[in-house]
Ligand binder design. Structure first.
Ligand code: DX5
Ligand code: ZN
Length: 243
C-alpha cells in the first residue's frame, strides 16, 4: 500500500514540542502536515491560526495542508497563503460561493480541496470536482480530535471514488477523523489515498515513529481480516428506527 499517503494532524500534537513532533513525523515518512483551523462558529471549538503555519514553514519542508473549519474561509485565504500553506481545504457546507472560493485559492497558486461533512452526500461534488486537487471526506463530525470513526461514511467514500474516476481521475481522496490501525484499511479499501490521523499518531504512547509504522503495517496487512472488519463496522452503524 505504498501509494497511500499519511497526513499527521497536529491538532493532537504537544504544542510545547511542535517543531520536534513534526520533525519526527517527517522522519517517519509523513507525506504532509495537516493543520486544523477552527473558529468557534463553524465548529464548536477554537484551534490555531496563520502564526502556527508561519512557524512550521520555517522548520519543515513537508507540504502544509490547511483545513479551514471556519464560517467564512475567504477572509483567511490570503493570510494562510502568505504564512506558507501549500494547500487550502474549504468546506462545501455553508459556502454559497464555493466555486469563487476555489478559484481564489487557485489564483493564489495553492492546491485547492473541498471537504464534505458526514451528512453531506457525495453528489454535491459533481459540479466542483473538476476544479480541485483533492476531496476530503470527513469520517467524524468536524471540531474535535479523538472521536469515533463513523462507519456509514465508508459507502460514501466509495461513491466519491467512483465520481472522481468518472470526472477527475488523479484528484486525491482524503479522509479525516477516527483513522487508526483498525479503520485505515477500511477507508483505503473504500478508495481513500490520503489518510489524516491525529491522535493515532501524536497520541501514541510509543511515539510518532512507532505510531506511523503501526498504521503502515496495518495497511500492508490488508486482506480477509479487512473484509470482516469492514462488515462489522457497517453493522455497528446506527440502524434505522422502524417505529
Ligand atoms: C477534526 C479534524 C481532524 C482531527 C482528527 O475536526 O479535522 O483533522 O485532527 O483527529 P483524530 O485523528 O484524532 O480523529
Ligand atoms: Zn482536519
Amino acid at each position: 500500500m505504498s501509494d497511500v499517503k499519511l497526513a499527521p494532524s497536529i491538532l493532537a500534537a504537544d504544542f510545547a514540542r511542535l517543531g520536534q513532533q513534526v520533525a519526527e513525523a517527517a522522519q517517519a515518512g509523513a507525506d504532509r502536515i495537516h493543520v486544523d483551523v477552527m473558529d468557534g462558529h463553524f465548529v464548536p471549538n477554537l484551534s490555531m491560526g496563520p502564526a502556527i503555519v508561519q512557524s512550521l514553514r520555517r522548520v519543515t519542508d513537508l507540504p502544509l495542508e490547511t483545513h479551514l473549519m471556519v464560517t467564512d474561509p475567504d477572509l483567511f485565504l490570503d493570510e494562510f497563503s502568505a504564512a506558507g500553506s501549500d494547500s487550502l481545504l474549504v468546506h462545501y457546507e455553508g459556502n454559497v460561493n464555493l466555486h469563487r472560493t476555489v478559484q481564489r485559492i487557485r489564483t493564489l497558486g495553492k492546491r485547492a480541496g473541498v471537504v464534505i461533512n458526514p451528512a453531506t452526500p457525495a453528489g454535491v461534488l459533481e459540479e466542483i470536482v473538476q476544479d480541485v486537487d483533492q476531496v476530503l471526506v470527513m469520517t467524524v463530525n468536524p471540531g474535535f480530535g479523538h472521536q469515533q470513526f463513523i462507519g456509514t461514511t465508508l459507502p460514501k467514500i466509495r461513491r466519491v471514488r467512483e465520481l472522481i474516476e468518472r470526472l477527475k481521475p488523479g484528484c486525491e481522496v482524503e479522509v479525516d477523523g477516527g483513522i487508526d490501525a483498525a479503520t485505515a484499511p477500511l477507508v483505503v479499501r473504500a478508495g481513500a489515498t490520503v489518510l489524516v490521523a491525529g491522535s493515532a499518531i501524536f497520541g501514541d504512547r510509543d511515539g510518532v515513529a512507532a505510531a506511523m509504522k503501526r498504521l503502515l503495517t496495518a495497511l500492508s496487512a490488508m486482506g480477509r481480516e479487512t473484509y470482516l472488519a469492514e462488515r462489522s463496522a457497517l453493522q455497528r452503524s446506527q440502524p434505522c428506527n422502524s417505529e
